[in-house]
Design a protein around this ligand. Structure first.
Ligand code: HEC
Length: 478
């Protein structure tokens, strides 16, 4: 028995203990006796065992730290070289070398290399990977994961001498001491493992070969789609059917209110506010230029043409306005409640900022301009001037003013549709009427109602005036 053992290489000495305390005191004795290549195996973590065995703190944190620093340096060097030297490119107006912008990559690489350091450092320090450890040859060692505590002294320790170690361990109160010998099972890696490994390497080359093959050959087959995305969305031709929409028509009707380019709305009179037939009779070339500009859908040319009309007017006397341009006299659209409401809305949106909700010319823009005291400011016109009433200022001219602007006021043809411009014209007329109406213009059925309202409003005004007078008198007495 001893013969066979002596032929084998001794690896160390293993002692078994039944309690934590006996293990710890044994550890201390071994440490004090000067052994350093020692280890303890316990079924659960035992506090203070490192100290009892005199194990020095691991160098793993340092490996981790320097691997991390290496990552930071690599990242910063790479970024400074790329962004600051090799390919200088302004990104978001930052300097070429902008440390704040470099942080994400530097951070990522630091973490990556630090975790590699921790992972592979642990393997290296523990001498991993290895198939087996000689301590497993000890028949009772399995209980290290169950209910026994083991202390191990490596034969590589300078002080190791089998007899001395055995007596020392016996002294510590261990009742099972066993010399661990090197594992004598064959060292050669089993053949099946080589075969599996070889097969795996061979299989891993197959995808690469497929890619290489595809790069040098052509195929008439359609592309192999893993994610089809929108590659197969069917395109429909005019007049075809589809199951996608309820009416089975592939061609979709226009969205209501769509205006095609160049689409004429109503007659030229409606579009310009000018009675084109009369203009033709009065000034044929001008009428032709106007029509041509309209046919070409040239907004700027139309505005120019109509403004020219207006300028010519200005050069002539005010009185001749009506004679130089035959304006459309009455709103060509049917003026009803719907049109007026539309006009009110559009006036509120487009005109009231300057002209005010009541049309008196004191909108927010004007108030602001007055406040700032701009001396070049031209105040918006008051719609209640009698020169702007329909007898002197026909609907067509008002329409043209909205469309093409006048003097300091910009044109709104680009923003407001033809219908809405006429709706505004109708609303401006109503606005003007509202400030100058007599009781006669009220329908008979509502006359009573209106005159009552007027009466009570008058009374209210009177009451307010009296109150103000009383207050003034009271103040004077004081
Ligand atoms: C940006 C401010 C502004 C807006 C918005 C504006 N106007 Fe004017 N408007 C003016 C100014 C300023 C004048 C006076 C121009 C001048 O006398 O040089 C004026 C003048 C007028 C006149 C009198 C033109 C004349 O021949 O004397 C009418 C009518 C008029 N605007 C109607 C409208 C209508 C309707 C709208 C809404 C579509 C509108 N304006 C939107 C600023 C504006």
């Amino acid at each position: 028995m001893s013969d066979t053992k002596s032929e084998k290489i001794v690896h160390g000495m293993m002692a078994e203990f039944t309690t934590v305390d006996s293990l710890l005191s044994a550890c201390r004795r071994i440490r004090d006796a000067g052994y350093t290549k020692t280890d303890a195996f316990t079924p659960f973590p035992v506090h203070g065992i490192d100290k009892a065995l005199g194990i020095k703190p691991t160098v793993l944190p340092w490996i981790c730290f320097f691997a991390g620093i290496t990552g930071t340096c690599i990242a910063l060097t790479m970024e400074i070289w790329m962004n600051g030297i090799d390919y200088r490119y302004i990104i978001s107006g930052k300097p070429f070398i902008s440390l704040p912008a470099f942080i994400p990559v530097a951070f990522e690489l630091t973490i990556l290399l630090a975790s590699f350091g921790a992972f592979f450092g642990m393997w290296a320090l523990n001498g991993l990977p290895r198939f087996s450890n000689p301590v497993f040859t000890d028949p009772r060692f399995d209980r290290a994961t169950d209910d026994r505590f083991f202390l191990y002294i490596d034969a590589k320790d300078d002080r190791y001498d089998a007899a001395g170690v055995r007596s020392l361990l016996t002294d510590t109160g261990s009742d099972y001491i066993n010399e661990v010998v090197e594992d004598d099972s064959p060292k050669a890696v089993p053949r099946p493992i080589y075969m599996i490994w070889g097969a795996a390497v061979a299989a891993s080359i197959i995808p690469l070969l497929c890619v290489l093959l595809m790069r040098v050959t052509n195929s008439s087959q359609p592309r192999f789609h893993i994610f089809p995305d929108m590659d197969f969305s069917p395109a429909k031709d005019a007049q075809q059917t589809t199951s996608l929409f309820g009416d089975n028509r592939a061609m979709r009707p226009d969205v209501p209110g769509t205006v095609a380019r160049g689409q004429l709305i109503g007659s030229l009179d409606v579009m310009t506010g000018i009675d084109v037939d009369s203009l033709q009779a009065m000034n044929a070339p001008r009428a032709e230029r106007l029509v041509a500009a309209f046919m070409q859908d040239d907004q700027a040319a139309v505005a120019e043409e109509v403004t020219e009309v207006a300028t010519e007017e200005e050069e002539q006397a005010e009185a001749s306005v009506m004679q130089t341009t035959p304006w459309v006299k009455e709103n060509p659209l049917t003026v009803d409640q719907a049109l007026l409401s539309r006009g009110q809305l559009q006036f509120g949106v487009y005109c009231s900022v300057c002209h005010g909700m009541d049309g008196r010319g004191n909108g927010l823009v004007n108030q602001r301009a007055q406040e700032r005291g701009f001396d070049t400011w031209v105040p918006p016109s008051n719609m209640h001037e009698d020169t702007l009433y329909s007898d002197k200022y026909p609907d067509g001219k008002l329409f043209s003013t909205i469309s093409n602007g006048i003097r300091k006021m910009p044109g709104y043809a680009g923003q407001i549709t033809v219908q809405d411009r006429w709706a505004i014209v109708a609303y401006v007329r109503a606005l003007q009427l509202s400030q100058n109406a007599s009781l006669d213009s009220v329908p008979a059925s509502r006359k009573d109602e209106v005159s009552q309202a007027v009466e009570s409003a008058k009374k209210e005004l009177q009451r307010q005036a009296e109150e103000a007078a009383q207050a003034a008198a009271a103040r004077e007495e004081k």
